[in-house]
Design a protein. Sequence first.
Length: 363
Amino acid sequence: FYWAQINLFKAVVSTQSTGAIRGPAGITISNTGIFILCLCGLFLFVYTFRGSLTSESGPIYGSKFDRSYRISEVLSAAIYLSEKAGHKVKAIREQDDLDEQSKGETKEGVNDPITNGDLESHRILVKGFKKGFPALHIVSEEHEEESTEGIIPPSMKHPDVLKLAGDDPKFPAEDITVWIDPLDATKEYTEKLTEYVTVMACVAVNGVPVAGVIRKPFDDKTYWGWVGHGTSGNMEGVTPGKDEGGPLRVIVSRSHAGSVKETAQAAFDGREVTVTPAGGAGYKAIEVVENKQDVYVHTTIIKKWDICAGDAILRTLGGKQTDLRGNDINYSHNLDPKNEHGLIATMHDHETYREKLQGVSNS
């Protein structure tokens, strides 16, 4: 593009006509040539700094020169892209167009599949974020790189998010990481256990999750939270609650429900414990948020794209998620994406449950 402009400049300066302006070194530029140069300069300006242009609805789309973003804009895009990706995930499942392959086995010896649903969702999310926020750090479960040429930029002005915006400063792009799980519960997706399937996106600033989106494509529900600001309407009125003293409800991964049940029963000294095996970290986080479960426990390695969105939503609502040692999980892009010390997520009595269940990680 830039070489084309240089060649055009050479052609223009050689043009001579009545009313031409003579410049230094005897170069003569015609009035027509001046007009063409100005037009090219305007085009170059728009092409280079297009990310700074705005419309009534906010930025048109990003530029590599944009180095700071508002959380309201990134969250709005996350909602838009998660819903768009969710529609694609659902359509592929309904059309039986999975093209299932295997990435190997998990630590528990369970097949770890990948499908067209995972890849198409990944493309929608990653390309959309890169188009809207080129300077952001984006970490996705899948690793396919493609051009964003021709991609429509995501909406950056979700009306419900804007209502909660309030103080919404810009953060340097280098401080922001977006974690993406294009299709959580892929194994269940292949088995048509679609209630467990979610699409997730999470925004972390300096390693701390500040906004998260969990989309349930087969239930047509989107859950999102923005720490210090609020949540989607389907979580209005949710409060941390308290332990009512009845059976302790524990939700765990389908792959190791038995060992958790045995340890939980021993840890709570004879208290009745109900253990529910389920697929998908996003699904399990929402079960805790909606008070259908008291505790979500995971005892082995789990990736941060699986748990960041749930962490952000829990924080927004007054809940808590840590590893089994009680440490907050750091979601900075330059750290290992694996969380190696288990997981516990609750809406109440977090430390009490954690201390009793910490031994699960060694079972």
